[in-house]
Design a protein around this ligand. Sequence first.
Ligand SMILES: [Zn+2]
Length: 310
Amino acid sequence: MLRTLVLGRSLWKSSDFSVSVKQMWGTPRSHPLRPERRCSQGPCVQRNQTDTGHPLWKGPVCVPGGTRQSPINIRCRDSVYDPRLKPLMVSYAAESCLYVWNTGYFFQVEFDDSTEGSGISGGPLENHYRLKQLHLHWGAVDTWGSEHTVDDRAYPAELHLVHWDAARYRSYKEAVLGESGLAVIGVFLQLGAHHEPLQKLVEVLPEVKHKGAQVAMGPFQPSCLLPACRDYWTYPGSLTTPPLTESVTWIILKEPVQVARNQLASFRTLLFSAPGEEEKAMVNNYRPLQALMNRKVRSSFRPMEEGMRF
Ligand SMILES: [Zn+2]
């Protein structure tokens, strides 16, 4: 089954790519610009204390020489509406879903990327990008967990759909290191109604509790996880997990999707740890905010249509 969706308008020029960063975890704290994470919803001092999280995300987290790192705080007033933006087309095949596994950072759903069966095009992208995987980031509590923030507001969780440019690269691994090799759609999750399509993922989580665990999935349509409104922000950024390469065109959807509290809580039953290791709950698996530096966030919608009513 193929479903095609229009995600808005965008035009992307990849002229401001900077040199890819190298592996950085464990490097000294040499970066002078590390914004503090603030939000309007919760005690962000607590949010910045990731004692219960994975060591990967313990700050300060920086990349020497990095100029387009992610995630960032999106300031609505500073984002620029770009009327040249083309419609972004999303076309996913449920049959391309392969399996779910615990990466040790989060749970991840893998898709068959050997053909153009599932992918996105248009919008800020010059080529068709194939869907490789999707995963989520979440907090220890309901008041934070998203990687990106909007006007300093954090959401409880954030979904990432990761795509790569098969027109210019031979594999996902090559695209990770290449200029504009990846395109990631970000979707915010907020507490509200039960999300039925998400429940299919929630129900397999007990089988991937430990790091490295894997379970096969039947057909799964990832576009069911997208919100109805296709407005988005786009900016040039990086992966938020190693190798943190600056190869990502981010497409952050403005409208969050609703999930039930117990669905969000099920994420926290997973473990960072492998069998036999000391059990460590998988929570706060988001990277700290990074400096915007010399970047502009563009929007596919007019500022007066923002409707940022939180
Ligand atoms: Zn992610």
